[in-house]
Each structure stands twice: as structure tokens, then as C-alpha cells.
Design a protein. Structure first.
Ligand SMILES: *[C@@H]1O[C@H](CO)[C@@H](O)[C@H](O)[C@H]1NC(C)=O
Ligand SMILES: *[C@@H]1O[C@H](CO)[C@@H](O)[C@H](O)[C@H]1NC(C)=O
Ligand SMILES: *[C@@H]1O[C@H](CO)[C@@H](O)[C@H](O)[C@H]1NC(C)=O
Ligand SMILES: *[C@@H]1O[C@H](CO)[C@@H](O)[C@H](O)[C@H]1NC(C)=O
Length: 225
């Protein structure tokens, strides 16, 4: 091998640069998302989108059982499914299930997620949060809570070989109740800086994402070499 240390380092940085930012994150397939932007999915509480019932695709969410369907691009990640009656999606989140660790790539669906029955007749927001090797990622759906339960739609399916189990996830259980001061509307800079400091503290609390990126990059360097 004639590679110098600096060229190995350069390749490692190149591999990191290629893998980390370009990795697709996750999709919320059902209920339909209010918006998906791969590069901004780490912006809480809704992956950079603002809930707007007048223009969003608002679907019924059945309080005694409704599907939440996602597609994971990460072979292993931990999920939080949550909901709020706060139409700005900034406060008052209720966890609908314990944190769930998914292993295996692709479609994943929980067919019978429930919310408090007293919510029927009100509007609200379903939030899906993924603790992934790329960090904490967010998607939201705007819903009308309705009585009854739903026959899961066709899009509700699990990829072959995918498994999911309840787990404990410190990053998800300590998500701030009020993620960012986005509701004040008085300045983009305020919202951006609080988002940044939150992202920083989450990363500090959960350094494994950096470690797994480095291991991943090391694997690529090994194959390139
Ligand atoms: C709203 O979501 C439903 C269910 O995913 C989908 O079938 C429909 O095409 C969506 N409508 C719009 C306007 O996006
Ligand atoms: C917070 O949620 C509770 C139910 O869990 C509801 O009674 C209350 O109105 C909600 N508050 C806001 C501001 O959405
Ligand atoms: C929600 O957003 C609207 C408009 O952006 C604002 O008028 C309202 O005060 C916000 N409510 C909360 C509870 O932040
Ligand atoms: C997908 O797998 C999870 C975990 O085993 C399970 O709870 C869920 O019911 C499965 N979904 C479908 C649509 O079979």
C-alpha cells in the first residue's frame, strides 16, 4: 500500500462527506406527511414544515386504532410516535407507544396506534421522531381525531425481515416539550439559533451517531483501499 496517512485521512473525510449528509432519512407514508425535505428533516418539531390545516392533507385518525406507516432508510433506528392537540405542534406532546427499536430496512407500520378517546372530535398533529445514525429526525401529519378504529390501508406493511421491539431511548425520552421558539414568528434568526443549540445538546447527549458514522466511513475506506 502506497497510501500516505494524509491521503487515507482525506479519503476518510471524503467518505464521511459523501455518506453523512446524502443519506436519505425516513418517510412518513401514513397518515400523509405535511411535508418532507431530506436535508431539513432534523429540524423540530416537523422536519422544517409548519402545520397549516387550511392547506395540509388532513386525514382522519381513529382514536381506538389507526395505522402509522413509515419507510426507514436506516437498517437500525429507534422511533417515537407521539401526538398533540396543539395545532402549532410546539407543545403538549403525548407519547403513543414506548420507544421502538426497528431492525431491518424499508417499510414499517404499526397498524393499531391509539390516542386518548377524549380527543375524538378535535384536530391535532401526529408526530413521528426517529433517533437515527444521522441524528434526531422529524415528520408530522395533520389529522382529525375521530371515533372508532381503522382497517389499516394497503400502505401499512412491514418489509420482509424487519423486526421491532420496545426499547429505552434517552434521546427520545428527553426531547424538549417545546422544541424551538418558532411560534413567536418575530424572527427567523431566533428560531434558527434555538434549533441549533438543541441539535447540539442532543448530539452531545448521544455521541453514538458520530461513532457509527466513523465506523461506516472506515468500512468504505477499507473497501477502497
Ligand atoms: C392525501 O393523502 C392521501 C392518503 O395518503 C392520498 O391518497 C391523497 O392523494 C393525498 N391528497 C393530496 C392532495 O395530496
Ligand atoms: C394539551 O392536551 C390536553 C389533553 O392531553 C388537552 O386537554 C389540552 O387542551 C391541550 N392543551 C393545548 C394547549 O393544546
Ligand atoms: C400558533 O400559531 C398561530 C399563528 O402562527 C399563533 O397566532 C398562535 O398564537 C400560536 N399558538 C400557540 C399556542 O403558540
Ligand atoms: C410490523 O411489525 C411490528 C413489530 O413486530 C408489529 O407490531 C406490526 O403489527 C407489524 N405490522 C404489520 C402491518 O404487520
Amino acid at each position: 500500500m502506497s497510501l500516505s496517512l494524509s491521503s487515507v485521512t482525506a479519503v476518510a473525510f471524503l467518505a464521511l462527506a459523501m455518506i453523512s449528509p446524502s443519506a436519505a432519512h425516513f418517510l412518513l407514508n401514513y397518515p400523509p406527511t405535511i411535508g418532507f425535505d431530506d436535508s431539513l428533516e432534523s429540524t423540530p418539531p416537523c422536519g422544517s414544515f409548519t402545520v397549516m390545516f387550511s392547506t395540509d392533507n388532513v386525514t382522519d385518525f381513529h382514536v381506538t386504532g389507526n395505522a402509522i406507516a413509515v419507510t426507514s432508510i436506516h437498517p437500525q433506528a429507534t422511533w417515537l410516535f407521539r401526538a398533540t392537540l396543539d395545532l402549532n405542534a410546539t407543545t403538549n406532546w403525548t407519547s403513543l407507544l414506548p420507544a421502538i427499536q426497528q431492525t431491518g430496512l424499508g417499510d414499517y407500520c404499526e397498524p393499531e396506534v391509539t390516542v386518548p378517546s377524549s380527543w375524538a372530535g378535535q384536530k391535532g398533529v401526529i408526530g413521528v421522531v426517529q433517533d437515527s445514525p444521522d441524528g434526531i429526525l422529524f415528520q408530522c401529519a395533520a389529522v382529525n381525531f375521530v371515533v372508532g378504529n381503522q382497517a389499516p390501508p394497503d400502505i401499512c406493511k412491514n418489509a420482509t425481515g424487519l423486526s421491532a421491539t420496545y426499547t429505552a431511548d434517552m434521546a427520545l425520552s428527553t426531547l424538549p416539550a417545546t422544541p424551538a421558539a418558532t411560534a413567536s414568528g418575530s424572527g427567523t434568526s431566533t428560531a434558527v439559533s434555538s434549533t441549533k443549540s438543541e441539535a447540539f445538546s442532543l448530539k452531545t447527549a448521544y455521541p453514538y451517531s458520530l461513532v457509527s458514522s466513523v465506523v461506516w466511513a472506515g468500512t468504505v475506506v477499507f473497501f477502497l483501499a
